[in-house]
Ligand binder design. Structure first.
Ligand code: ADP
Ligand code: MN
Ligand code: MN
Ligand code: MN
Length: 336
């Protein structure tokens, strides 16, 4: 029987690209082919030369449509010559990941997000304005008045599992209406492809509840936590050497490239990395054991064992994981 393939790609919206998708019906047994779309409607081409190409990169079962239907994560190429489109950040990551493949770098990304009403107010904030009680009881909370939107995360988590994504866990966050899920640990391309499909599923499932998913870095000004995408990383040496040297070398190398990383870690990062709300200031670099006010945290178990991984706490919820993992590969593996 014919089946449906949902082709997903990243558009050219600035400053933060959006996910787009459309459906192709395929005959029984036919693999998803290269496809195309109108780039003039996604800020990726002009009207006179509007065709862009979709190249399938990662395919998984479609947990929403079920049956034999699939999701197809694509990257965008120019129709004229097949070259990667300027908005295509996956192609440069592919090159860099190949270059440093021997160091076996892997990543685990903690994706935070905020649920909003269609009018833009955070779920859990009073309808018509005003504020809920201050932060405190919401993180990993249970019970009405402490958590909201759980039906969405329950459905999303099961959907990710059914799609075969490397989802690791979920938790309610510090601000009401804010949640997190983690993807990993895997190589840069896998973790990023899976994260994009997981984001698409989250938007899609939230449609059915009339809830808006925001990846904004600081959706609520004031004394409310922003939303990040802590990126945990390790090379083979960081995981295997027991004297902390590889981990410290990685942190030091990253500390020499503050601007390069901050520029690639998502729009409006200055509003989120203020030094308050479990962040370090965006323009000052620090690393430390167990320190959630540092740019990079080394978990205490890692420090005790002398080996393991480190957590770059700076990437925004709205970051592009292809770019974040590429920068960490270049900096960490390039210095090793
Ligand atoms: P926390 O909220 O305490 O910062 P989480 O439990 O949310 O931590 O996330 C921990 C992350 O660390 C997960 O994404 C996991 O994949 C990642 N991780 C664990 N071990 C490694 C490793 N050796 N290399 C890279 N990432 C790792
Ligand atoms: Mn976490
Ligand atoms: Mn978190
Ligand atoms: Mn974290």
């Amino acid at each position: 029987m014919a089946y449906q393939a949902e082709y997903i790609w990243i558009d050219g919206t600035e400053p933060t690209p959006l996910l787009r998708s459309k459906t192709k019906i395929l005959a029984d047994g036919k693999e998803p082919p290269v496809w195309g779309f109108d780039g003039s409607s996604t800020n990726q081409a002009t009207g006179e030369s509007s065709d862009c190409e979709l190249q399938p990169k990662f395919v998984c079962p479609d947990p929403i449509r079920g049956r034999d239907n699939i999701l197809v994560m694509c990257d965008v190429h120019l129709a004229q010559d097949d070259k990667p489109h300027p908005t295509n950040t996956r192609a440069p990551l592919e090159r860099v990941a190949k270059k440093y493949a021997k160091q076996e770098m892997i990543f685990g990304i903690e994706q935070e997000y905020t649920m909003l009403r269609p009018d833009g107010s955070p779920l859990g904030f009073p309808v018509g304005g005003g504020f809920p009680a201050p932060q405190g009881p919401y993180y990993c909370g249970v019970g009405t008045g402490r958590v909201i939107g759980r039906e969405v995360i329950e459905e999303h988590t099961q959907a990710c599992i059914d799609a075969g994504l490397m989802i690791e866990g979920t938790n309610a966050e510090v601000m009401p209406g804010q949640w997190e899920f983690q993807i990993g640990a895997a190589d840069a391309l896998t973790v990023s492809d899976h994260l994009y499909v997981a984001r698409w599923l989250l938007h899609r499932i939230a449609e059915d509840y009339d809830i808006v998913i925001s990846f904004a870095a600081k959706p609520q000004k004031g004394d409310w936590n922003g939303a990040g995408a802590h990126t945990n990383f390790s090379t083979k040496a960081m995981r295997e050497d027991t004297d902390m040297k590889a981990i410290e070398a990685a942190c030091k190398a990253i500390g020499k490239q503050i601007d390069k990383h901050i520029k690639g870690y998502g729009h409006d990062i200055e509003s989120r990395l203020t030094g308050a709300h479990e962040t370090a200031p965006f323009n000052k670099f620090s690393y430390g054991v167990s320190n959630r006010a540092a740019s990079i945290r080394i978990p205490w178990q890692v420090s005790r064992a002398g080996r393991g991984y480190a957590e770059d706490r700076r990437p925004n919820a709205n970051c592009d994981p292809y770019t974040v993992t590429r920068l960490l590969l270049e900096t960490v593996c390039g210095a090793a």
